[in-house]
Design a protein around this ligand. Structure first.
Ligand code: G3I
Length: 581
C-alpha cells in the first residue's frame, strides 16, 4: 500500500466533520469595486480613514473577496446579515471561521481579531494578539464566539489595528456540538486508524483501576479509540524488578490483559534506561552504587543483570508484545559534537555506559532479539525529532552505527514531546531518511502542550499540529505507530492541555482533527476494505510488515495478497515463520 499525501484539510473543514457549518459571506453576490462600510467603534461622527471594498482574489483564483485597508484603530467592516439572525448564531454555533490573506508587505504577524453583531461582540479579546499565519497565501482562521442577544442585522468583522491590510473570504460559523459516541465505531479514532493500517496508540496511566476495568470510561475510551497501547510506567525496570531477582508483574499483566481482551497491540516501554531503572543498581541512573551508595557492580556483573532483566521480561511477554523500547534515552542532551564531527554522537553517561561502555547498547539489543526473535526492537529518544537539531543528527548517526554493526535495531522511536507551532516539515525531513536504513519509525510519546489551559483558540492550533504530524505519518509507509503519551489532559505528566481528551474524557479539537484526517485518508486510499480490524487476535489487517529471520524489517505495509510475490526465503509475518519457495 503506497500511502500518498492527501490534500491538506483546513481547520474549518475539520470542524465541519464535527458538526454543522453555515456560510455567512462568500462575497460572490457582490460586484468587484463595491464599497463596504467600515465602522469605527470610537469615532464621534462615524468617520474613518479605513477602507473596504470587494475585489478579485489576490492570488488570481476565481471568486470575489473582501479587501480591507485599515487606517485607524477599532474599525471593522460592516456587512448585512441575510437569512441568519443573532439568535440563530447563538443557537449552538460556537466558532467563527474565515479565510485570511495578508500580502507579504504585512510585517506584524500578531493581530487582534474582532467580530460582532450590532453593538455586541461575538469575539473580542482586547489583549490577545494571535499569530495570524503566513503571509502571501490564504490561511484558514478559527475563533471561538460567544452568543449575543440583539436584533441587529449588522455584522462586523476585522482586525483591531491601524496599519493592517488584509483580505477575507468564506466567513462562516460552525457548531461545536461534537458527534462522538464511542460505542459507534464510525465515530472513534481506532475505526479509521485501522482502515489506514497505522498503529494509533496511547500511553495507559498506571495507578488507577479505571484503565483496566472494561466497564469504566477510561478503559472504554482507550480500547474504542486506540489499536496499540503502551504502559506509561508499568513496564519500566523499576516497576518490574524493584528488588534484585524479585519481579512484580501485576500492573504489567493488567495492561496486557486489557490489550488482549480488545485486540490491541502493545509497545513494551522500556528495558534499559537511566531513569526509573533498577533501584538496586543505581541511586540516580548514573552512579554505580547499588542504589544505596555501596560498592558498585563490575562490567560483567552489570551485563548479566541487564541480560537477566531483558530475558526474563521478554520471555514472559513473548508473543504478546509486538515491539519493545529496548534502550531509552541513551544520548546526552548536548550533541554539539556534530557541528565539528558530523558523523559522531555523544552518549549519555548513564550507569550502563559508565560501567559497561557504549556496547551496552549492542548487548541489550542482542539479548532482546535472542529472547524474542519476533519482537520488533526499538531505540527511543526525545529532542531528536526535527531535522537540523544537533541531537537529531546524532541520533541518526547512532542508528547508522548500530545497523552497520549488524545490531538488530528494527525501529526508531521519536518521543515528540512538543509545544504549539510544530514544524511538521522538519519532522518529515528527519524521519523520511530512516526508510532507506530499512527500519520502521514511530512517534512514541506524542503530546503537544498549549500556552494556557482551556484556551479554545490554542486547542485549535494544537489540533492543526496533531493533524500535520498525522499527515506525515500517513504519507510514509515506514512510519508504523502514532502514539500519544496519555489519554486525558489532567493525568498527563505535562501541562497545559497536551492530549486528545479533557479530564471528563470529552474529545478536544485535536481528536476531531485527527479523526477527520484519518477518515479522509482511509476513504481515499483504503477503500474496499470491508471490515476494520475489530479483533487483533484474528489480525486481518490488509497490510503486513515482513521481517527477515534476523528480525530486520524487509517490507513495511505489504498488501497481504502480495506475500507470495516476495523473493524466495524465510520470513516472519504476523509473528509466524513463512517460507516462500
Ligand atoms: O509509584 C508512585 C506511586 O506509588 C505514588 O502514589 C505516586 C504519587 O505521585 O507516584 C508514583 O510514581 C510516579 C509515577 O510517574 C506514576 O505516576 C513517579 O513519582 C513519577 O516520577 C512518574 O513520572 C513518570 C516519568 O516518566 C518518570 O520519568 C511519568 O508518569 C511518565 O509519563 C514519564 O514518561 C517518560 C517516558 O517513560 C520516557 N520519555 C519521557 C517521559 C516523560 O518523562
Amino acid at each position: 500500500m503506497t500511502r500518498k499525501f492527501i490534500s491538506i484539510i483546513c481547520a474549518a473543514a475539520t470542524l465541519t466533520a464535527i458538526a454543522d457549518e453555515k456560510i455567512l459571506f462568500d462575497f460572490e453576490d457582490y460586484s468587484v469595486g463595491d464599497k463596504v462600510a467600515m465602522r469605527d467603534y470610537y469615532s464621534e461622527d462615524g468617520s474613518t480613514a479605513s477602507k473596504a471594498e470587494i475585489t478579485n482574489d489576490p492570488t488570481g483564483k476565481p471568486g470575489k473577496v473582501l479587501h480591507v485597508k485599515n487606517a485607524s484603530w477599532n474599525t471593522l467592516a460592516e456587512l448585512n446579515l441575510t437569512g441568519v439572525t443573532a439568535e440563530d448564531i447563538a443557537d449552538g454555533y460556537g466558532l467563527i471561521a474565515f479565510d485570511l490573506y495578508r500580502p507579504n508587505t504585512e510585517t506584524d504577524h500578531y493581530r487582534q481579531f474582532r467580530c460582532g453583531i450590532g453593538d455586541e461582540y461575538l469575539h473580542n479579546v482586547d489583549n490577545e494578539f494571535v499569530f495570524q499565519g503566513e503571509t502571501g497565501k490564504w490561511v484558514s482562521r478559527t475563533y471561538p464566539i460567544n452568543p449575543v442577544n440583539t436584533t441587529s442585522d449588522k455584522f462586523y468583522i476585522g482586525f483591531n489595528s491601524i496599519d493592517m491590510e488584509y483580505y477575507l473570504d468564506n466567513i462562516r460559523i460552525i457548531s461545536t456540538e461534537s458527534d462522538y459516541d464511542m460505542t459507534n465505531p464510525e465515530e472513534t479514532l481506532r475505526h479509521h486508524a485501522d482502515k489506514c493500517g497505522i498503529g494509533f496508540g496511547c500511553a495507559v496511566p498506571a495507578w488507577n483501576d479505571d484503565v483496566v476495568d472494561d466497564n469504566n470510561i477510561a478503559a472504554q475510551t482507550i480500547y474504542s479509540n486506540f489499536n496499540i497501547i503502551v504502559g506509561e510506567n508499568q513496564m519500566k525496570p523499576a516497576y518490574l524488578q524493584p528488588e534484585k531477582g524479585k519481579f512484580s508483574w501485576w500492573d504489567a499483566d493488567r495492561l496486557v490483559g486489557l490489550a488482549e481482551r480488545h485486540g490491541m497491540e502493545i509497545r513494551g516501554h522500556t528495558l534499559v534506561w537511566h531513569s526509573q531503572t533498577l533501584p538496586w543498581v543505581t541511586s540516580d541512573g548514573y552512579k554505580n552504587d547499588k542504589g544505596n551508595g555501596g560498592k558498585g557492580y563490575t562490567r560483567d556483573e552489570l551485563l548479566k543483570i541487564m541480560k537477566d532483566h531483558i530475558t526474563t521480561v521478554m520471555t514472559r511477554y513473548k508473543g504478546k508484545i509486538r515491539e519493545w523500547d529496548v534502550v531509552n534515552e541513551c544520548l546526552d542532551d548536548d550533541q554539539s559534537i556534530v557541528y565539528s564531527q558530523p558523523s559522531k554522537y555523544n552518549m549519555r553517561k548513564s550507569v550502563w555506559y559508565n560501567v559497561i561502555g557504549e556496547d551496552f547498547l549492542d548487548s541489550a539489543f542482542v539479548y532482546a532479539h535472542r529472547a524474542d526473535p519476533e519482537a520488533i526492537l526499538y531505540i527511543n529518544d526525545y529532542g531528536a525529532d526535527f531535522k537540523g537539531d544537533a541531537k537529531t543528527e546524532a541520533y541518526y548517526n547512532l542508528v547508522k552505527r548500530l545497523l552497520k554493526s549488524n545490531i538488530p535495531v528494527h525501529g526508531v522511536g521519536f518521543q515528540c514531546h512538543l509545544g504549539l507551532g510544530v514544524d511538521a516539515a522538519k519532522f518529515e525531513n528527519n524521519v523520511k531518511r530512516y526508510a532507506d536504513l530499512g527500519v520502521e519509525v514511530s512517534l512514541t510519546e506524542l503530546d503537544i502542550t498549549t500556552w494556557e489551559a482551556g484556551n479554545y483558540e490554542q486547542h485549535i492550533r494544537q489540533g492543526e499540529d496533531y493533524k500535520a504530524l498525522m499527515d506525515v505519518a500517513l504519507k510514509h509507509d515506514h512510519i508504523r505507530n502514532f502514539v500519544v503519551w496519555g489519554v486525558t489532559d489532567d493525568k498527563s505528566w505535562r501541562s497545559p492541555d497536551p492530549l486528545l481528551f479533557n479530564s471528563e474524557y470529552k474529545p478536544k479539537y485535536a481528536f476531531f482533527a485527527l479523526r477527520n484526517t484519518l477518515e479522509a485518508w482511509a476513504n481515499e486510499h483504503a477503500a474496499g476494505i470491508e471490515e476494520t480490524i475489530s479483533d487483533k487476535n484474528q489480525a486481518t489487517s490488509p497490510f503486513v510488515n515482513v521481517y527477515d529471520i534476523t528480525g530486520r524489517l524487509v517490507k513495511h505495509g505489504l498488501e497481504r495478497g502480495q506475500i507470495n510475490s516476495l523473493e524466495p526465503g524465510l520470513y516472519i509475518i504476523d509473528r509466524k515463520k513463512i517460507l516462500i519457495r
